[in-house]
Design a protein around this ligand. Structure first.
Ligand SMILES: [Zn+2]
Length: 155
């Protein structure tokens, strides 16, 4: 993990072009155990608001939800997030585009992890045909369901 930065005092905009070599984090969808690359910029947009714009790339390891094979899921997130201090959290209406952190001790890894978490699909499927087919049949069922409800109402 890299050191924290003080967003209230550092000169901005801050250009980031970094590889975080040992980004070992386990989250709901998988396990990131490799390099995460960040090419981004942090700029100040108002007295209490900052903006993180950039690209996050890497991959995480997980399991196919059907055959349980190990799979590697690529991460490629075009990120555009407002950063506010934790003290504003209470006033917020829980906007997903706002990332809250202590601005005096800002850690880029925490923002990256939240972005990966929010942008990762919850359905993880390997490239095998048998698993893809199962997934597609579930998707079709979802599409048909609204019509079925209407039919039930007509009866
Ligand atoms: Zn599979």
């Amino acid at each position: 993990m890299t050191d924290s930065i003080n967003l209230n005092e550092i000169s901005l905009p801050l250009k980031l072009n970094e590889e975080i070599p040992d980004f070992n984090e386990i989250f709901q969808q998988g396990n990131i155990s490799s390099v995460v690359k960040v090419k981004a910029e942090i700029k100040k947009i108002s007295l209490k608001e900052f903006n993180f714009i950039g690209l996050i790339r890497g991959k995480f390891e997980s399991q196919c939800q059907y055959c349980l094979d190990q799979i590697k899921v690529p991460i490629k997130i075009e990120s555009n997030v407002i950063i506010q201090d934790l003290s504003n959290l209470e006033d917020s209406d829980n906007d997903l585009d706002v990332h809250f952190q202590d601005l005096d001790f800002f850690k880029i890894e925490e923002l990256i992890l939240e972005e990966i978490y929010l942008n990762s699909s919850t359905s993880l499927v390997c490239s095998e045909d048998k698993c893809r087919t199962v997934q597609e049949s579930f998707t079709d069922t979802d599409k048909v369901r609204p019509f079925k409800k209407i039919r039930d109402l007509i009866k």
